[in-house]
Design a protein. Structure first.
Length: 463
């Protein structure tokens, strides 16, 4: 049950500790250790397969003496929008200092599955290991849910892929196997003939996710701002497939001390404007993608050489842009088209080369009608994935807002940011920085009874 808010970001917190499945408590039966905790942070990121937490402890009651550094923390947060319960496994105690009779230290924590990943291996032919499953999301679901692997009870929110996967896992950790699949998976695009990959595997508070960047963007475009706070627009916690789109407004000062400040942005930081020179140097917008056959090097090809048979692929963002999904859909404008024409010519000149191996020996005749049967498209996939990731970073914002546990990486958020100019007496919205974004990373910070949320936001287009 959510709390009655006095200030935006108010929360109530309880923290209990479990060892060997049993909750630790003192002789009087007290188990809540939040009085020893001066603050903590919870992290989500599109680039991380696990949730992480840092718990800052100030110990004057023998707290550290009772810990082994391997306990399970249960953190219950009662917020003003939604409530959340996290389970984190401690793996390290660091930065311990003593002043008089008081110890201060930080407990680093991750999701339990991340530690299981370190002691579990995937070995063998994928057909045998995964019971003849060849579709990536089904294989990943097997790895996550099967008792011989990660054995998680968390939700798995995935996107179906197009190609068949068959491979030999050479003693991989489960997450390494999942990342291998992510690099070689093609999404079932809504429009035929479009080669879209760029899959990400990550954990947010709703569960584990396996989605392409294009699917994430499509999801953000479909999120609705209508119906206010109604149930119709609420997050579907059962499936995790639908999340609410919140709209935040930037105002330099607070309006009052009540709920009107809940959806106000307190600070905005632009962590990195597009570095044009860096983009040229790293082939951000154009380049060559080359595949090597590790068995027969003469099956490889570089440039226009005729003594190697495998294809080299020249890529550029201006060609692939129409094949991508974009924030704003049909209204989206490629930022490159707004640049100086002489600079656009530089962007289209390929400078860097990307390499990948072509495992052409992994071929099953029964998949011969499937165009992905030999992973021969890895050259194109490598280029698309890189451009897809880099194009998403076109606009970056870091905002700080009152704590909101109903935000999740891989979903959307909408911002109203005023321009720095006026039309008469009216302040216009900044067209470049207002609008919808993909949430790429979140940090929920709690000190005492106040929570703030920091969000790294990305957008690939100008609307």
């Amino acid at each position: 049950m959510t709390i009655e808010r006095q200030l935006a970001g108010d929360v109530e917190v309880k923290v209990s500790i479990y060892r060997n499945g049993k909750r630790l408590q003192n002789a009087q039966g007290a188990y809540d250790v939040y009085e020893y905790i001066t603050g903590f942070e919870v992290y989500e990121s599109l680039t991380s397969a696990t949730l992480e937490a840092k718990i800052i402890v100030e110990d004057s009651g023998g707290f550290l003496g009772a810990m082994t550094g391997s306990e399970l923390f249960k953190i219950q947060i009662i917020g003003s929008i939604v409530d959340r319960t996290y389970y984190f496994r401690a793996y390290e105690i660091e930065s311990r200092t003593r002043f008089n009779t008081k110890d201060s230290f930080i407990v680093n924590c991750v999701s339990d599955e991340f530690l299981k990943n370190e002691v579990t291996n995937v070995f063998g032919n994928s057909k045998i290991v995964f019971n003849d499953e060849t579709e990536a999301s089904k294989i990943i679901n097997f790895i996550l849910k099967n008792k011989d692997y990660l054995n998680t009870k968390k939700k798995f929110i995935s996107e179906e892929t197009l190609n068949k996967q068959q491979f030999i896992a050479t003693n991989w950790r489960p997450f390494d196997c999942i990342y291998w699949l992510a690099q070689r998976s093609i999404r079932k695009a809504e429009k035929g003939g479009t080669l879209q990959n760029g899959f990400l595997f990550y954990e947010n508070a709703l569960g584990y996710n396996f989605k392409s960047i294009d699917a994430i963007i499509d999801g953000v475009n479909k999120q609705s701002l209508k119906d206010g706070q109604s149930v119709k627009n609420a997050t579907d916690f059962q499936s995790g497939e639908k999340t609410k789109l919140y709209n935040y407004v930037y105002t330099p000062t607070k309006i009052d001390d009540q709920g009107s400040d809940q959806f106000k942005i307190s600070t905005i930081v632009f962590p990195e404007e597009k570095n044009f020179l860096s983009g040229l140097r790293h082939g951000t917008w154009s380049g060559f993608s080359i595949g090597f056959d590790p068995v027969t090097i003469t099956s490889s090809k570089m440039g226009v050489s005729t003594d190697m048979s495998a294809d080299a692929y020249r890529y550029k963002l201006t060609d692939l842009w129409p094949k991508m999904s974009h924030i704003g859909e049909k209204k989206a404008i490629n930022p490159i088209t707004q640049m100086d024409e002489s600079i656009q010519a530089m962007i289209d000149y390929p400078k860097r080369v990307r390499y990948t191996m072509l495992p052409n020996q992994n071929f099953d005749p029964k998949f011969q009608q499937n165009p992905q049967s030999t992973y021969a498209e890895l050259v194109e996939l490598q280029a698309y994935q890189y451009l897809r990731i880099e194009s998403l970073k076109t606009t970056k914002l870091m905002i700080q807002i009152p704590g909101n546990l109903d935000l999740y990486v891989g979903t959307g958020i909408s911002l109203d940011i005023p321009a720095t100019y006026k039309q008469g007496s009216k302040v216009e919205l900044d067209k470049k920085y207002s609008g919808r974004y993909v949430i790429a990373a979140l940090t929920h910070k709690i000190v005492n009874t106040t929570m703030t949320t920091e969000a790294l936001l990305l957008k690939d287009s100008i609307v």
